[in-house]
Design a protein around this ligand. Structure first.
Ligand code: ADP
Ligand code: MG
Length: 274
């Protein structure tokens, strides 16, 4: 396994796109697995009531389990809900249960409703002897209060973009939301990374979409593209990343390369002072 440079401070990335089925969860799980294998300590926070990231990481998220819901709505500390993944010893997960579906509504009447994840995460990281190197937040497909909590807790946004016809539709809404959050709630937030996913090199359309995204976001778009691959879609049903499921597959290779790019970019950047 290639050892990658570690960031000096915890990098907190939210994986967001209000569209469903674009590869958010797949990206969160596989980047986290790749970085953990390469030496980093990684936390995945599952913020989608579906709990797909929890499933893929082999973490119990039945409704009787403590979860991120208890952190957001019942003032539990993250410490009480973090669980080890079955994927790797350096990879932990905060699971989501179906209760989270009600949190969008329940949060509305709570104090500091946009800051609840941030406060819990900052407190957790500050109390750790060896804080995580990376935290990935897997967002639901909406721009509601759960996603806003992720934007406020994170420093970086990673947008997965599916190389298909409607890929860029809705992107301007997402970008203006990020701008609003930066202006009013989290001045540290920036769109750091765009990852092209589910690429089918046989279609002209996929190539056109990829080129269009690169033209719009030349610095943010990773040079690695994730191909469409059956192995990637099979892995979660075995409670695994594609990297443990089929190390040599094209999906595994491309997620490992994407993780390496993210790690090297972070190491090359001037560090924040907070
Ligand atoms: P989201 O979290 O944005 O809703 P998912 O990560 O759950 O999206 O992906 C949607 C579906 O597409 C899932 O069934 C997943 O297994 C599949 N998928 C994701 N990435 C790939 C890929 N590169 N190749 C093939 N299938 C993929
Ligand atoms: Mg998902």
């Amino acid at each position: 396994e290639e050892v990658l440079p570690l960031p000096r401070a915890t990098r907190i990335l939210t994986i967001s796109n209000q569209k469903g089925g674009v590869g958010k969860t797949t990206t969160a799980v596989n980047l986290a697995a790749a970085l953990a294998r390469s030496g980093a300590r990684v936390l995945v926070i599952d913020l989608d009531p579906q709990g797909n990231a929890s499933t893929a990481l082999g973490v119990d998220h039945r409704s009787d389990q403590k979860s991120v819901y208890d952190v957001l709505v019942a003032d539990r500390s993250l410490d009480e809900v973090v669980k080890p993944s079955t994927e790797h010893e350096r990879l932990d997960c905060v699971p989501a249960t179906i209760h989270l579906a009600g949190a969008e509504i329940e949060l509305v009447s709570l104090v500091a409703r946009e800051q609840r994840l941030r406060r819990a995460l900052d407190a957790h990281l500050a109390a750790m002897d060896h804080p995580y190197d990376y935290v990935f937040i897997d967002c639901p497909p909406s721009l509601g209060l759960l996603t806003i909590n992720a934007f406020v807790a994170a420093r970086e946004v990673l947008i997965p973009i599916q190389c298909e016809y409607y890929a860029l539709e809705g992107l301007s809404q997402l970008l203006s939301n990020i701008e609003l959050i930066e202006k009013h709630l989290n001045p540290d937030l920036r769109l750091s990374t765009i990852l092209l996913t589910m690429y089918d090199s046989r279609t002209n359309l996929a190539q056109q979409v990829a080129q269009e995204v690169r033209d719009h976001f030349p610095t943010q778009t990773l040079s690695t593209i994730i191909p469409r691959s059956v192995r990637v879609s099979e892995a979660p049903s075995y409670g695994q990343s594609v990297i443990s499921y089929d190390y040599a597959s094209s999906g595994s290779l491309s997620y490992r390369e994407a993780a390496a790019e993210i790690a090297r970019r972070g190491a090359a950047e001037p560090q924040e002072s907070n």
